[in-house]
Design a protein around this ligand. Structure first.
Ligand code: FES
Ligand SMILES: [Fe+2]
Length: 454
């Protein structure tokens, strides 16, 4: 439960809000690179942290991100012409009177004024710097004197053929959406189906890395996981501990990294980030990207995770631009099938991500957290809220935002899922001291080279 004041502080991200100021201290995903693939191609509308912007890849291949409304009299630059300017320059030309702005927001041409006028030198569009990495165009929207280096989670050196980035729109506040990813207990409920209990025992209910089908069984077998949270330099990592049918200790470990990154438990360990990027206070992009290619076949046996489940996957439908379509929304009650719900699946909703979206969107655009009653399985989301609230207050008081320094190894942020040996500490999983991570280092993980054969 939060006070009304803290709920407002936590969720509001517009310019001038404390949380908005905190978020503006981080490099922020603005759009997928695939949305603006071609130099001189069509501009793209970008609404980010409540600000309306337009992105364009100029003729030199640079992505500009500038205010949507033209500095002259406000026509939308989305309708502009992405073209060459005078003297070898290039940029976006407003369709109303022809003023043209480059990727830095400089007015490079003002053809509606007399040729002798120097007015264009005194007009600029608000522009944010961009950096492309991992299939995402990132931007920095904070004060220039607080700019910190781009945080490379491992994607800067990712070969183009290994880049994977997708995004999906959700109609609720970013914190609410993120709480869904930091809630390990719901995998035993929302995402379950009757047949999981009948999956054959394949012998992986023993210390080590379970098969994918066995994970479903373990999640269903123990539906009241015990949570343990450990603070880290980037935020925290936490586990849900479950007892398996054979009495073993199964852990799902996920990570939270400031300000909206989640790395969700995966066998044997995960490096894919799920980010919850505020479009505004009421809309969020769920962005997923791969930071590295790892050979995750090690220790994993059996069929792929979703192949044994009855669920559809929206991300299977992603087309070339990386935007995951929404077939199921509140408008069609997420396609809920009550007969399915009675007989087959816990939710009655066929598509996996839509099960999450139903839960987090049905709370309303910004849930009134004075009304909630938190239990023991909510430890991780309680910690996430507290860290964000404290960080927003610290930044407002003039301190540097956490996890923005140049000396961190941002590729160290990993998740894991494993059945532990009796004396094994989950805190080692996925770290540089994890024997499996070390073993995979020999394949270039630490060297940030693509792994042969992956
Ligand atoms: S409004 Fe854009 S040039 Fe006039
Ligand atoms: Fe979920």
């Amino acid at each position: 439960m939060l006070s009304t004041e803290d709920n407002e502080l936590l969720t509001r991200v517009g310019p001038g809000t404390p949380m908005g100021q905190l978020l503006r201290r981080y490099w922020t995903p603005a759009l997928l690179a695939s949305e603006a693939p071609t130099p001189g191609g069509d501009p793209v509308r970008v609404r980010l942290l409540g600000e309306d912007l337009v992105a364009f890849r100029d003729l030199n291949g640079r992505v500009g991100l500038i205010q949507e409304n033209c500095p002259h009299r406000g026509a939308s630059l989305f309708y502009g012409r992405n073209e060459a300017g005078p003297d070898g320059t290039c940029g976006l030309r407003c369709p109303y009177h022809g003023w043209q702005f480059d990727a830095d927001g400089r007015c490079i041409d003002m053809p509606s004024e007399p040729p002798t006028s120097s007015f264009k030198n005194r007009v600029t569009a608000k522009a944010y710097p961009t950096h492309e990495s991992g299939g995402i165009v990132w931007t920095y929207m904070g004060p220039p004197d607080s700019l910190t280096p781009f945080r490379d989670f491992g994607s800067d050196t990712l070969a183009p053929e290994h880049v994977q980035a997708t995004k999906m729109h959700t109609t609720c506040n970013w914190v609410q959406a993120m709480e869904g990813n930091l809630d390990t207990s719901h995998i035993s409920w929302l995402h379950q189906w009757a047949g999981a209990a009948d999956l054959p025992d394949d012998g992986s209910d023993k210390p080590g890395y379970p098969s994918n089908p066995s994970s479903w069984k373990f999640w269903l077998h123990d539906r009241a996981p015990r949570l343990e949270v450990e603070d880290t330099w980037y935020g925290f990592k936490y586990v849900g501990i479950r007892t398996t049918p054979n009495g073993n200790k199964h852990v799902r470990m996920s990570a939270f990294c400031f300000p909206y990154h989640t790395v969700i438990a995966t066998v044997p360990f995960g490096v894919r980030h799920g980010m919850f990027v505020p479009i505004d206070d009421y809309n969020t992009w769920r962005i997923s990207f791969t930071t590295r290619v790892i050979d995750n076949s090690r220790g994993v046996g059996g069929a792929p995770l979703f192949s044994v489940s009855p669920f559809k996957l929206a991300r299977a439908e992603v087309d070339g631009n990386g935007i995951v379509p929404r077939e199921y929304t509140a408008g069609n009650e997420y396609g809920i099938d009550r007969e399915e719900q009675r007989t087959t699946t816990f939710s009655g909703i066929a598509e996996f991500a839509s099960q999450d979206l139903m839960a987090t969107e049905s709370m309303g655009p910004i849930y009134d957290r004075t009304q909630e009653r938190l239990g023991t399985t909510d430890k991780a989301i309680i910690r996430m809220r507290r860290l964000l609230l404290d960080a927003a207050k610290r930044v407002a008081a003039g301190e540097q935002a956490p996890a923005t320094g140049p000396d961190h190894d941002y590729f160290e942020i990993r998740s894991a899922e494993k059945i532990l040996e009796p004396d094994e500490d989950w805190r080692l999983l996925g770290t540089s001291d994890d024997p499996l991570v070390r073993e995979m280092d020999t394949h270039g993980l630490r060297d940030r080279e693509p792994i042969a054969g992956s």
